[in-house]
Ligand binder design. Structure first.
Ligand code: ZN
Length: 296
């Protein structure tokens, strides 16, 4: 019998847990509400133990976690959620708790790096070694690969918190980030959209001026990433990106802002295939976690 693998996509509102081997073989998927670390972890462990008892025993586990997290294997706190503003979750040993309870090898990385791995393994980034995966939802984050490796460094990229131009006469909203106010996340995440317009992003009609402004902020960010990381593709997922109006608006603004400077047909001629939604839809993260478990 072929081996089975486990995945956890841990978010601030829910944990998705799954058992399987890939996109055509996810045998079981469950959603668990994120409460306290103790209660949430207990339910996650119980899930995998019950799966094992039912014959779906996993050989290894991949964790895609919200952050900030410690992604350095040589660090004493590797696999921990570090200084998150989410109450009760700071300095939580995620990887260690799972390893001790399940007694199997566990791999761990950021939710966005792992989603990027999912897209590289089975989705829109197959064959690419330098690309980005961004999620624009309640929060805004990004990761990906550079030269074939997941983006790590001093800690891990925090691309949601870069600074972009903010014209206060056009958009007086001060921004939602508790650390920086009007950083990229503070201006363009789902929470910012709701606070600025008084209505949730998903409920704003496609012709609402909100989308033009949203596209402008995201285009500024993308131009910065294109000029620094030189990604071969940029994949954009998350709740806010479900508004289909956004993609053509962002692509046009990115082209205008680059002004023919970056010498690649990908951005000059084929931008429709360059800035794209995830091919795995909302399963990039959980499938990436399975892919990471398989690599152990
Ligand atoms: Zn910020």
């Amino acid at each position: 019998m072929s081996k089975l693998y486990g995945g956890i996509e841990a978010g601030g509102t829910k944990f998705v847990c799954a058992v399987g081997t890939g996109p055509d073989d996810l045998r079981d998927v469950v959603r668990i509400e994120t409460t306290t670390p103790e209660k949430t972890f207990a339910k996650v462990i119980d899930y995998f133990q019950k799966q094992a008892a039912a014959g779906n025993e996993i050989a290894s586990l991949g964790i895609a976690s919200f952050g900030p997290v410690d992604v350095h294997p040589e660090s004493e706190t590797f696999g921990s959620i570090t200084s998150t503003p989410k109450p009760g979750w700071s300095h939580t040993d995620f990887l260690g708790t799972m390893k001790n309870a399940l007694q199997i090898p566990v791999a761990f990385d950021t939710d966005v790096n792992v989603a990027a791995l999912g897209e590289q393994t089975w989705g829109a980034a197959q064959g690419l070694d330098t690309f980005m995966y961004l999620t624009i939802g309640t929060g805004l984050g990004g990761g990906g690969f550079v030269n074939g490796k997941m983006m790590h460094g001093l800690v891990h990229p925090e691309v949601g918190h870069i600074r972009i131009p903010h014209d206060l006469t056009k958009d007086p909203y001060p921004g939602s980030c508790p650390f920086h106010g009007d950083c990229l996340e503070g201006l363009a995440c789902g929470v910012a959209m709701k606070q600025r317009w008084g209505i949730e992003g998903q409920k704003l009609p496609p012709n609402h001026p909100a989308w033009e402004l949203e596209a402008e902020y995201l285009a500024y960010a993308l131009v910065n990433f294109i000029c620094t990381i030189s990604p071969q593709k940029i994949i954009m997922g998350g709740g806010v990106m479900q508004q289909e109006t956004l993609f053509p608006l962002i692509r046009k603004k990115v082209k205008d802002l680059l002004n023919n400077y970056v010498g690649s047909e990908a951005v000059q001629e084929n931008i429709d295939q360059y800035i794209i939604p995830p091919e795995l839809g909302n399963r990039s993260g959980i499938l990436g976690a399975i892919a990471m478990a398989k690599q152990i």
